[in-house]
Design a protein around this ligand. Sequence first.
Ligand code: ADP
Ligand code: MG
Length: 394
Amino acid sequence: MNYDKKSIADIDAQGKTLLVRCDFNVPQDEQGAITNDKRIVESLPTIRNLAERGAKLILCSHLGRPKGKFDMKYSLAPVAKRLSELLGKPCVMASDVVGEDAAAKAAALAPGDVMLLENVRFHAEEEKNDPAFAKKLASLAEIFVNDAFGSAHRAHASTAGVADYLPAVCGFLIQKEIGVMGKALNDPKRPFAAVLGGAKVSDKIGVINNLLEKCDTIIIGGAMAYTFIKALGKPIGASRCEEDKLTYALDMLAKAKEKGVKFLLPEDSLCADKFEADAKAQVFADIPDGLMGLDIGPKTVEKYSAELAGAGTVVWNGPMGVFEFPAFAEGTKAVARAIAASGAVSVIGGGDSAAAVEQLGFADKMTHISTGGGASLEFLEGLELPGIACLLDK
Ligand code: ADP
Ligand code: MG
């Protein structure tokens, strides 16, 4: 897939009406108050840049899962309000998506003005990528700007369909995502190491497969490690294991050998007799019956840290242990520390991995933390993302 896409820097925005797909899918409390506005804040550089250049901005997004009908519980009105505060000028809220109110408010925009459409998922046609709906949405504007990386793996009307009717470019968020991640995957500074952990091998099969073609080293941690360890005939006690993936695990180990990729598995684990925050952590190389591995052990930390110290590029997906429990967060923390200290180009993909790096205080030490959970995984799998494929090539 070609990641060299036109961005808002390549267009003449002055006086033009732009449809900008953002990711405003923010968390809210029971009363609808926004509990974390990070996604809105992250969209500001693109919005400000275009407004300053005299564009008329029609923003759109989805929020939650309203199931194809108008349900004010999922209204984007709170986002428009927060956006107005952050921008220091009004963001006009439309009461519909492709209806009369949206059309009237869009027609009334002056250069530099910003408006927000209602939740695109109020129409079932959005997720079906219905061409008539996409065309209607597109008819509001002259240029499409996609800046919603978190939805770029979906072929929906507002993420890809509209590009059939409008010239399409990316905003700064997607530009950064594909710039850093695309380079890491296609032209990495070597040695290129992938750190893969998290809950399940089955979630990461595509990622392991793709990275085996590109990396010099693969470092495995998290619950996923125990499926590999068991496949090699070693005891894993009551650790999480996917019995139906044992053969796959052996195939991956064989493929790594054949390709000359170094494949590292934990040599010891921090174990517990229950899956609870207050469980006592005990170190074992061979995990006894009744105990489960909840984090990589100290010897493994040392080995992985040494390996990462020499890396040129590191792609990391999946925590090394149950980082949500402080007693089992050390492995993830140590790996984050080693990546930060290595000076390697570092890319973090995956929702829980991004959360772990932020929670443990290493966010500003990484080159790039992807904003898209599922989208970043599909990116690491080497899949074509419809919301990016639809953009104009440079
Ligand atoms: P991402 O969202 O970054 O792709 P995953 O969803 O695959 O990551 O994995 C994250 C989860 O894996 C975390 O909630 C973490 O607690 C869990 N996890 C990591 N190691 C273990 C382990 N040894 N046993 C059970 N769960 C684990
Ligand atoms: Mg996850």
